[in-house]
Design a protein around this ligand. Sequence first.
Ligand code: HEM
Length: 374
Amino acid sequence: MNEQSDILVQKLEKHSDKETFNCFSHITLCALDIICETAMGKNIYAQSNSDSEYVKAVYRMSDIIHRRQKMPWFWSDLVYYVFGEGRKHNRNLKILHSFTESVSNNFVIRLDSLSSDSDTDHTVKKKRKAFLDMLLNATDEQGNCLSQENIREEVDTFMFEGHDTTAAAMNWAIHLLGSHPEEQRKVHKELDEVFGTSDRPVSMEDLKRLRYLECVIKESLRLFPSVPFFGRTFCEDCNINGFKVPKGANAIIIPYALHRDPRHFPDPEEFRPERFLPENSSKRHPFAFVPFSAGLRNCIGQRFALMEEKVILSKILRHFQVEAKQQRDELRLVGELILRPESGILIQLTKRTQKLMPEVPTLLQVLEDHPSSR
Ligand code: HEM
């Protein structure tokens, strides 16, 4: 994550100092590189090669699916393939599947070599095996392992769920901070306390200390939940507010609306990260804030997502001051699969005056490392 966000900062640096630009795809490509490398073990260099066929296919596919969702006459496969974009849909799917196929084939080969290897570096292998293990050792009720096809489907889900959601969330956070200088100042203050003038990578310890930034991320997800709605089927008869809901009925949950309930979030349109400080949120209803859904099928990547957002946002904000160049009503939200701004996020970046330096060891550290020099 640190390496990829360094590449992102270098790219953003080219736009800094008073040029208005759209940061949406820069952040998205960074998130894509991160998910491919961390979860899939394969670098696709999306940041340096935004022309990659896979990257282009991801964008085209979101658009194609959204268009079909909006046109009920294309919901029938027959009509869609004869009169609609069915063939375009299939062409794109082929590109996406051949990529994930190559990634998941890699998986099996790597797992084989890892499990037969008697190397002594146990902990590293254990960590690297975690996700592979989960997929390859997963069994159904009858004890059957996942087929190659099943694994590819899981890889597909991870690739989509794992980058588009975090990318949108980070873009919204950048817009909100860029429109709220006071809140941005508080983030900068926290970053200076944690990192000082050092340009060192973000550590797990740092992540725990970035409490205000975490509140900013949550408040951004409240106002702009990356997954604006999701569906569930009632598996038993229910009574909700005096209404009988029969088993089998479908429900659409809309976090975008739920998160604006003034009983839980007074002045709901206001951006107030302090709402998520422990003292202000511990008594809140557990389902008042559900950007990652809730219950059995909630998001399995939520801790990863928060970690990734903290790493990337802290890197950007350690280097730059952000100014948003759009008003809220100019953003024009599009609730495709993911909640996005129609024409991206326009910002201006100014390099922070505080000079960031590579970590320099303190005198005490030097003496501890070289006791003979005492
Ligand atoms: C800000 C970032 C994210 C948000 C807002 C988010 C939101 C959600 C939501 C609302 C669901 C439930 C969808 C439904 O029920 O239809 C979900 C499911 C899921 N998410 Fe995320 N997600 C995020 C990041 C991630 C990441 C980084 C990963 C992977 C590393 C991930 C993997 C998944 C998977 C695999 C599921 C399906 C779980 C299941 O069906 O049991 N998500 N996510």
